[in-house]
Ligand binder design. Structure first.
Ligand code: ACO
Length: 435
């Protein structure tokens, strides 16, 4: 294969005189991609890329990641600037619409989202069908999928107004569905949303308040929750986002597509690492045990990994991890937790790992999950809710990516190919002749 200065790559099939020029498509930043869409027609071959690690499955203008430099941009804006200066709903507007809103646009958007926070009263009865000990991700998956049964009026995905209202409904209702999944698991009454509160504030209210007494949401914790939501809002074509796009490419309704994304996020290789960090810190127990633990991690035969370190894309500090660490200190101070042993242990573990040749040479740095479990635990969330919180935030990214896909004129049904390695054609053998 050779590339040329005019923006193409030439592929030659060994043993034949056939070659084909693959056009190169540049991005605004980041590497160009070789367009293989006409490869089969010209050379009679497909490409092979298990896990799609080298395949651009779509064109997108939403999120850019430079894993080597540790950069994450949403619509061009660096994640640290958004986390420090913006709000989750403003970031939602940005992801969905492409630009930051004016004051009037922001007010209209926030009003639009916050007046859809209630669930249909009949949906409330869905919860009774789940076992009390059901995992909240199972409940989330089921109830979000069921939303499509409640909005027959808005399933025409070709209508822009339907897409707009569906985005509002999903962003608005996910916190209510998530908080009710938690309340159901602990046997407390469901708290109805309060639209006079901010998005994250309302979520904390529905999680923690009870009808029997007044409840005041701490502004520091509301801000921390909002920032955690911003940090998880989108991360380009990861497994769950690709799942949403693939489901959506068939013309399935957005509620069903987001339920598919939730199912994909549920897996421990995707959404569950912050829970694993807490477990690991608990097992290490004390700073004195860190050197022994690090030796275990470095020994391949032990199959022990330093959880919260390393990332498929980031080969540098995950930019979200730094903000998480800062937020962690703020939350612990607000909760009156001085000298949290878990945080002390995590910071010492990070310090030692960042100076160790093993981690330096393999470019292993803290990822977003290294500190998030400590924060969420301090805020009182049970570990089973960690992935649910991730799903609430990521719904914004999923629906933005789904909308972008539906509005892309080059969009086709997602249909990967395969290299078949099973038996060649053979004739059926009747049972009595099989021996
Ligand atoms: N601890 C110790 N060694 C590690 C770690 C780790 N956390 N991560 C990678 N390595 C080593 C591997 O053993 C491998 O070593 P080798 O080259 O000698 O074989 C090398 O680094 C490359 O590792 P891969 O597994 O090939 O890297 P990959 O990009 O596939 O893995 C992953 C990324 C899965 C995130 C990995 O770093 C890991 O398991 N981390 C811990 C789990 C975690 O924190 N996950 C959260 C990710 S963030 C998110 O999903 C929101």
């Amino acid at each position: 294969m050779s590339s040329t200065a005019n923006g193409s790559v030439t592929m030659t099939l060994d043993g034949s005189n056939k070659s084909f020029s693959l056009p190169l498509r540049p991005g605004t930043i980041g590497p160009s991609v070789a367009d293989v869409s006409k490869l089969y027609g010209n050379l009679g071959i497909f490409t092979y890329d298990p896990g799609y690690g080298m395949t651009a499955s779509c064109e997108s203008k939403i999120t850019y990641i430079d894993g080597d430099e540790g950069v994450l941009l949403h619509r061009g804006y660096p994640i640290d600037q958004l986390a420090e200066q913006s709000t989750f709903l403003e970031v939602a507007y940005l992801l969905l619409n492409g630009d930051l809103p004016t004051t009037a646009e922001r007010d209209e958007f926030e009003h639009g989202v916050m007046r859809h926070t209630m669930l249909h009263e009949q949906l409330r009865r869905f919860y009774d069908g789940f076992r009390r000990d059901a995992h909240p991700m199972a409940v989330l998956c089921g109830v979000v999928g069921a939303l499509s049964a409640f909005y027959h009026d808005s399933l025409d995905i070709n209508d822009p107004e339907v897409r707009r209202i569906s985005a509002f409904r999903l962003i608005a209702k996910l916190p209510t569905i998530a908080a009710w999944a938690y309340k159901y698991s602990i046997g407390q009454p469901f708290m109805y949303p309060r639209n006079d509160l901010g998005y994250a504030e309302n979520f904390l209210y529905m999680m923690n308040a009870v009808p029997a007494e007044p409840y005041h949401v701490s502004p520091v914790l509301a801000r921390a929750m909002d920032r955690i939501f911003i940090l998880h809002a989108d991360h380009e074509q990861n497994a769950s986002t690709s799942t949403v796009r693939l489901a959506g490419s068939t013309g399935a309704n957005p509620f069903a597509c987001i339920a598919a994304g939730i199912a994909s996020l549920w897996g421990p290789a995707h959404g569950g690492a912050n829970e694993a960090v807490l477990k690991m810190l608990g097992e290490i127990g004390h700073k004195d045990n860190i050197p022994g633990f690090i030796e275990k991690v470095k020994n391949k035969d032990s199959h022990v990994r330093l959880m919260g370190f390393g990332h498929r894309v980031y080969k540098n500090y995950d930019p979200r991890a730094k903000i998480m660490e800062r937020t962690c200190h703020e939350v612990l101070a607000e909760m009156g937790i001085k000298d949290d042993p878990l945080l002390d242990l995590a910071m010492e573990l990070e310090r030692i790992a960042l100076h160790d040749d093993y981690f330096i040479s393999k470019k292993l740095y803290p990822n977003v999950d290294f500190y998030s479990g400590i924060i969420l635990k301090a805020m009182g969330f049970p570990t089973s809710m960690f992935t649910v919180l991730f799903a609430v935030a990521r719904t914004v990214g999923w629906i933005s990516q789904w909308k972008e896909m539906i509005e892309d004129p080059s969009q086709r049904i997602g249909r990967p190919r395969q290299v078949y390695t099973g038996p060649v054609r053979r004739d059926f053998v009747p049972l009595d002749a099989r021996g």
